[in-house]
Write a protein that binds this ligand. Structure first.
Ligand code: PLP
Length: 495
């Protein structure tokens, strides 16, 4: 049997790629993982000169083994088109001696577009393949960026509805406006009185609620997920790491086979896990550097082997990383445990009941691919200014966390391999924090008046996504308590 997907909490539960995409989360609460991590069937130098779309196909076909060539290419072509403001899709920008892989050239100017432009197509293709007649209801918890990218991706996609939950006071003004102005007959946006972890736990609880699933089925609905727990989010994210290496090679920035490091600003551990998968596929990546903000639960985990979410939740200027339960870490835990479903399940249950778990010494040894660091609010802001003053390059707060951690890692380790930093959002999305970092005189200014200041400062044209929200009407104002999410969903769907 070729590659299939199994649950991290039950290795005997086997499904195809398309079934895994439709379900999102495994019925036992585990995450779907590939039965083995596939290798590329081409060399890195074969990839020189190939387009993003061509590389996407060569990577994704190794994971989505029950999609035909035509189906997959069709999804890719619909996703990576003129919605992106550059044909390169994910351009590499060299600043000093570091490469910023800009993942924010899609419709909503955050890296979530890289996967959420294609997920709706993977989802509807999967529904057809599996003869699903129900309407698919996408439930999404967002720390700000996923919500808008998922709304934009699924808006008016036939056979789907989407409901997005975001923390009322936990996202930037631009992020909130992007969501509440979303058009589409099949979209709903709900602000919850709580933080991202509350939103994510509420959504996960609905996925695990079999009674609710039955009620929905009677009305012709079934849930799926657009969060990075869905393998259909993760697989498209592997592509840009392969693409980045191919472009470095093509541009003679590196020699064939030369190892590089990647630094990823991390929240739910999806993006960096995709980099890990790219490494397993054969991309010469040495260290995967996990960068955190003040919510440094992952940094502590990599230092000690203890994952402990019992700590204060800190609202930072990099809100998409304000997360204490990094869902995708479960996929890494499963892997470093030697695909031990029982051990993984025990640890995840401990996380749920006690808020913490400790991995074994054996497992710790298998974390050698990773390094970790974090940036405080002050360090993040100072780094934005420092890089701007030196080079003129303006980056957003999330990217700055990674950029700062990259510098620390290089200094502390003496490792001078070339570094690719995942640049996850446009500075326009966090204009207030970015401009105040560059000059404190902007701290009291209205967010919208700063957009044109940023345009002048960065020399980067204001993206269409920003122009759009300046004139758009507010279409969503629903709010609910964190423990009322289920009732809210039932009201919306009238079940
Ligand atoms: C989602 C997001 C992150 C975190 O990515 P994960 O895959 O959740 O680790 C970082 N930066 C930005 C701007 C994001 O939107």
């Amino acid at each position: 049997m070729g590659l299939y997907y199994k649950s991290t909490r039950n290795s005997n539960l086997k499904v195809t790629a398309s079934e895994a995409i439709l379900k999102g989360l495994a019925p036992d609460g585990g995450l779907f993982v590939p039965s083995e991590l596939p290798k590329l069937d081409v060399t890195m130098s074969d990839l020189k000169g190939k387009t993003y779309q061509e590389i996407a196909y060569l990577v994704m076909k190794q994971f989505l083994t029950d999609f035909t060539e035509e189906e997959l290419k069709n999804c890719i072509d619909k996703a990576y088109d003129s919605k992106f403001d550059t044909e390169e899709i994910a351009p590499l920008v060299k600043v000093d001696d570091t490469y910023y892989m800009e993942l924010f050239h899609g419709a909503t100017i955050a890296f979530k577009d890289m996967a959420l432009s294609i997920l709706p197509h993977l989802m509807t293709t999967s529904a057809k393949k599996n003869d699903v007649k129900n309407e698919i209801v996408i439930l999404t918890a967002t720390s700000g960026d996923t919500g808008k990218a998922a709304l934009a991706g699924f808006a008016d996609v036939e056979g789907t509805r989407i409901i997005v939950f975001y923390p009322k006071n936990g996202v930037s003004k631009v992020q909130e406006l992007q969501m509440v102005t979303q058009r589409g007959e099949n979209v709903n946006v709900v602000a919850i009185h709580g933080n991202f972890d509350n939103a994510q736990s509420g959504v996960k609880a609905m996925f695990e609620d079999t009674e609710l699933a039955e009620e929905l089925a009677k009305k012709g609905y079934q849930f799926s997920s657009a969060n990075s727990i869905n393998i259909g989010r993760l697989v498209p994210q592997v592509v840009y790491y392969v693409n980045a290496y191919a472009k470095l090679l093509e541009n003679e920035e590196i020699e064939d086979g030369e190892k590089i490091n990647v630094v990823v600003p991390t929240g739910n551990f999806g993006n960096i896990l995709a980099a890990y998968y790219a490494k397993q596929m054969g991309v010469p990546i040495d260290k995967l550097v996990c960068a955190s903000n003040d919510n440094k639960v992952l940094f502590d985990f990599f230092q000690t082997g203890d994952y402990d979410r019992n700590r204060e939740f800190i609202l930072t200027t990099s809100p998409s990383m304000d997360i204490l339960i990094s869902s995708n870490l479960e996929r890494l835990i499963y892997r470093i445990s030697g695909d031990d479903d029982q051990k993984t399940k025990d640890m995840m249950e401990a996380l749920k009941s006690a808020g913490k778990y400790t991995i074994t010494e054996d497992m710790k040894e298998r974390l050698a691919d990773f390094a970790a660091g974090y940036a405080t609010e002050e360090e993040c802001a100072e780094n934005i200014k420092k890089v701007y003053d030196k080079t003129g390059y303006v980056m957003d707060t999330h990217t700055s966390v990674a950029s700062y951690v990259c510098g620390c890692y290089q200094k502390n380790s003496g490792d001078d391999k070339k570094c690719v930093i995942a640049s996850t959002a446009s500075p326009y999305k966090f204009v207030k924090s970015v401009m105040s970092a560059i000059d404190s005189k902007y701290a009291d200014q209205d967010e919208f008046s700063l957009l044109s200041v940023l345009e002048e400062t960065s020399g980067r044209e204001m993206p269409q996504a920003i122009k759009d929200i300046l004139n758009a009407n507010i279409l969503h104002d629903l709010e609910c308590d964190a423990d009322k999410m289920k009732d809210t969903v039932k009201n919306i769907l009238e079940v």
